[in-house]
Design a protein around this ligand. Structure first.
Ligand code: EPZ
Length: 418
């Protein structure tokens, strides 16, 4: 088991480059299944989630070469359409591979991705959409078998702007007969990045980033080289660390437009924010003001930043209220913060956080990806030593977060606990 050992109190100064977006990388890697010509991707983060996704593609028969953040995938000789159950359970987002596999092979077998620690994570919206596209779905044991003669483009109205379901409908519709139109589509920047990547290889997708997306079916895709977007949640996490512990940093290689609601909340807390084209500078105040946060689908406040804000606001000067509207179980980190001295009460979908003067370093346990990152930030803000255990969760979504924080002056090291 791996842990981070953090000695709190150091303010953070300097510049840091964020990695490519985990949540853009996963569906964009899936596009290579649709394309029989080589797909070369840049800025792919070297994290557990991308490693597992690439392992699945190798098992399905794809040829993959990787040189740092540059990956070339050739799926011409891909000869399997069943995603291995043990890997499916390791990574929820592999469900978007199903859409790409069905889009090309008109069949796919996969298992329920399994909830993770933030909620049940059902895929009913994905399966309803597949059925509307003419795909037959059989469930045997906990395997889902999808097949069809051809995919017929349809109008699909999503009950909820699900990111994964929107991505799956796009991937399954690239080669459809006719056109598919999604109403109430997710508008996250990662959807726009997916569509831009697919259009760079010859797909015809319009409206990505809005709630109305149209995919005109094409016959073939051609090779492409594509650089994916930067990680907006890693950007918010690095800026949040400075807001919480003090100092001034510049995050480079990012896109301020993708996290405006987060930047506004930092401003409300008293941080000084400067935005350039692909840079954001944050200067922390001596004391943070309390703020209220309500997570919503994009462009509302992103649920993935909710735990980070929860950690930062534990030392604000007053009472903050955070309401989580997207996932039903995304407050597990709060009990660990309370053990560190935070004053937090959970009230159904909300956390009421009364700011305290000090947090005390403790041995704490990561329970999910963003909750783990929140505990790292709380450790930086604490007096004494904090040991964050189970950091395998954090390694799923953050590339070298300890090295990046250390480069800004944090006292953090990784430790293997046998
Ligand atoms: C994506 O998950 C992200 N993951 C999540 O990031 C992110 O929190 C989420 O979008 C919302 O922005 C990836 O992109 C790999 P949803 P996804 O479908 O697609 C319910 C992180 O930390 N729902 O928009 O699973 C669902 O239960 C991760 O990086 C259904 O009910 O999110 C949830 O309550 C966490 N039925 C809500 O919709 C469905 O068929 C949002 O889910 C699908 C979803």
């Amino acid at each position: 088991m791996l842990s981070y050992i953090i000695k709190g109190g150091n303010k953070l100064y300097g510049k840091v480059k964020v990695s490519g977006s985990k949540n853009a990388a996963l569906p964009i890697i899936a596009t290579s299944i649709l394309n029989e010509e080589p797909v070369t991707l840049y800025n792919i983060p070297d994290i557990e989630d991308t490693k597992i996704t690439l392992d699945i593609l190798k098992i399905l028969g794809c040829k993959i070469t990787r040189n740092h953040d540059k990956i070339t995938i050739c799926s011409k000789d891909m000869n399997k359409t069943a995603i291995p159950k043990e890997l499916m359970h390791k990574l929820r987002s592999t469900v978007v591979l199903a859409g790409a596999i069905i889009g090309r092979f008109k069949e796919a077998t996969f298992s329920y991705p399994g909830g993770c620690n933030i909620g049940a994570r059902p895929i009913d919206l994905h399966l309803d959409a597949f059925q509307k596209l003419g795909i037959t779905i059989d469930e045997k044991e906990d395997y889902i078998h999808c097949r069809c003669k051809e995919i017929i483009g349809k109008r699909i109205k999503l009950k909820f702007p699900s990111v994964g379901a929107t991505e799956n409908i796009i991937l399954a519709s690239v080669y459809a007969k006719g056109a598919t139109h999604i109403t109430n589509a997710a508008k996250e920047p990662e959807i726009k990045d997916l569509a831009k990547c697919l259009n760079s290889m010859g797909a015809k997708i319009y409206g990505a980033g809005t709630s109305e997306i149209t995919i005109f079916g094409v016959k073939k895709l051609h090779k492409t080289e594509y650089k994916i977007m930067s990680d907006r949640i890693e950007t918010g996490t690095m800026l949040g660390a400075v807001a919480g512990v003090g100092g001034k940093i510049t995050v480079e290689n990012t896109n301020p437009e993708n996290l405006l609601t987060v930047l506004y909340s930092f401003k409300e807390m008293g941080c000084k924010i400067t935005i350039n084209r692909d840079k954001i500078t944050l200067k922390a105040p001596n004391e943070l003001k309390p703020v209220n946060i309500e997570t919503q689908p994009y462009p509302g406040f992103p649920t993935d930043m909710q735990p980070i804000m929860g950690a930062i606001l534990t030392k604000a000067d007053g009472k903050s209220v955070i309401t989580e509207n997207i996932f039903e179980n995304r407050f597990k980190y709060a009990e660990e913060l309370i053990r560190m001295g935070a004053n937090i009460i959970q009230n159904d979908k909300s956390l009421e956080i009364e700011g305290v003067n000090t947090l005390t370093g403790k041995d704490v346990m990561s329970k999910d990806l963003r909750g783990g990152a929140a505990l790292v930030i709380a450790g930086l803000m604490s007096e004494g030593i904090t040991k964050v255990e189970n950091i395998e969760y954090i390694l799923r979504g953050y590339e070298n977060i300890d090295k990046k924080l250390k480069s800004l002056g944090a006292n953090i090291k990784k430790e293997k606990v046998v």
